[in-house]
Design a protein around this ligand. Structure first.
Ligand code: ADP
Ligand code: MG
Length: 309
């Protein structure tokens, strides 16, 4: 397993604001690597540095084992990217958009190859339609075709599902899986939604305020051992006492009175015990600790913004 991207102690300051703060991570060949963080966490800034669109304040980025600032064109030739909303020529057809981007990247491509690319992203029927009339999902998929036109090994997609409807999100998910499974590409996909990334990534990083929170395999990060169970009843105080004097005491979370952490397989037994103890349940919600944690980050920021406004 070789590292395709190695980011080491990356820092980006805008004035005296630190958007990326000592970030290190590794993307291995063949990964679908989820780059997660809420809005403003520093995802796009990191991606812009990886594409040499902006310069790091400090730290290093190696892609294909080479320092990007010294091997810029070499690396960009093997890298395809779609950052936020793709730049397309709205008065040109999908086919002509793709053809222009191919020419700009200096490669000779046949009509067949361009049509194959459009088919790959599900736009073969729309090849002659103007990009300006496309739905958001079609624009994003054309953006991906553009990113793929020079057959790169590494594909970086910055929030490719932003602004898409559920069908568009599902199509995008399938496309990314095809890029990885059928074409052997290494894919980095950024998102502010854990639920979206956990379905397609094999590894992921979560960043907050430019810093790494966790990085690891999705399997390990979403281990069912760490299921958080939130309970609400008609008498929470009595329920807590009941739990505290039972075998469930070991699973109670100190900071929240009616929250337990356990293996997901234990949840039905907990519910049985509550019912047997005559607890009047209003709700039981089992979720993964990472999901809870990620939600708490989002909630915290909403508070900050509420104050700022
Ligand atoms: P994300 O993509 O995770 O939503 P960004 O990387 O776009 O986050 O932004 C991270 C932080 O850096 C945000 O607070 C944003 O306002 C700030 N930022 C991004 N670009 C600039 C810039 N050119 N000048 C000043 N601040 C910036
Ligand atoms: Mg962004």
């Amino acid at each position: 397993m070789s590292a395709i991207v190695s980011v080491d102690n990356l820092v980006k300051q805008f004035g005296n604001f630190t958007a990326v703060d000592g970030l290190s991570f590794t993307v291995n060949e063949g990964d679908v690597y989820g780059f997660l963080g809420q809005n403003g966490a520093g995802k796009s800034t990191t991606i812009r540095m990886m594409l040499t669109l902006i310069k790091p304040t400090a730290g290093s980025i190696k892609i294909f084992g080479k320092e990007i600032l010294h091997h810029r064109s070499d690396i960009l030739r093997q890298t395809g990217a779609m950052i936020e909303r793709p730049d397309l020529y709205k008065y040109l057809s999908a086919y002509n958009n793709l053809s222009i981007f191919a020419k700009m990247s200096g490669i000779k491509v046949s009509k067949k190859l361009l049509m194959d690319q459009l088919e790959m992203v599900g736009l073969q029927e729309a090849a002659d339609k103007k990009a300006g009339v496309f739905s958001q999902g079609m624009k994003q998929r054309l953006g991906i075709a553009v990113a793929l036109v020079h057959n790169p090994k590494l594909i970086i997609l910055d929030e490719p599902t932003n602004g898409l409807d559920p069908q568009g999100i599902a199509d995008m998910r399938n496309l990314i899986l095809r890029l990885s499974n059928e074409m052997g590409k290494t894919v980095i996909i950024s998102s502010h939604l854990l639920s979206e990334v956990e379905q397609i990534a094999n590894r992921m990083i979560i960043i907050d305020r430019g810093k790494k929170i966790v990085e690891g395999s999705v399997e390990e990060l979403l281990d069912p051992e760490h299921t958080v169970v939130d309970i609400d009843t008609t008498n929470n105080e009595a329920t807590q006492q009941l739990l505290a004097s039972s075998k469930w005491n070991d699973y109670l979370q100190a900071e929240k009175p009616l929250q337990l952490m356990m293996n997901k397989t234990q949840v039905p037994a907990l519910i049985n015990d509550l019912v047997a103890g005559n607890v009047q349940l209003l709700s039981v919600k089992a979720s993964h600790s990472l999901e809870n944690y990620f939600l708490s980050l989002t909630t915290r920021h909403e508070h900050v913004e509420a104050f700022a406004n």
